[in-house]
Design a protein around this ligand. Structure first.
Ligand SMILES: [Fe+2]
Length: 147
């Protein structure tokens, strides 16, 4: 899976650079392939507390009943297994969501008002969901699940 980063705003795209950045509208030429733009635990079998504070936890629930007469898949994301702090100097700036590696939504988080978490109500009943969070100090971290 190739990872591309917008050199203007830092937005991540998978597989291919888009014609324009879906966040800041920068042109394709301003994307660069950058696998290291998403942090990885040094040892996935032995996660450190730092890893556990940043890797998103994804919970999927079917049929919340808020959406009338349509299937709804709720995707709830929390950062992380050990809850990340939300302070002015150190917080989760946003959580991005991708379905089948296509960017579908960003939720911006205020350190004063928000817990390090976000949720979406998806039309899709299946597919691969990626949640990618951006910590203002420690960068991008991701997790993925099959819906
Ligand atoms: Fe952090």
């Amino acid at each position: 899976m190739k990872i591309f980063e917008c050199k203007v705003c830092g937005h991540i795209e998978f597989d291919n650079a888009p014609e324009k950045c879906l966040v800041c509208r920068a042109k394709r030429e301003l994307f660069g392939e950058k696998p290291e733009a998403i942090k990885q635990p040094a040892d996935p079998a032995n996660l450190t507390d730092g890893d556990k504070k940043h890797i998103p936890v994804i919970v999927v629930q079917k049929d919340c009943k808020m959406i009338a007469d349509a299937p709804c898949t709720d995707v709830l994301v929390k950062v992380g297994e050990i809850e990340h702090v939300m302070q002015d100097a150190h917080y989760i700036r946003y959580i991005d969501f991708y379905l089948d590696r296509q960017f579908i939504s960003r939720v911006w988080l205020s350190p004063d008002a928000c817990h390090p978490a976000a949720g979406l109500h998806l039309k899709a009943a299946s597919g691969t969901l990626i949640a990618l969070e951006n910590c203002n100090v420690h960068g991008n971290w991701m997790a993925q699940v099959e819906l």
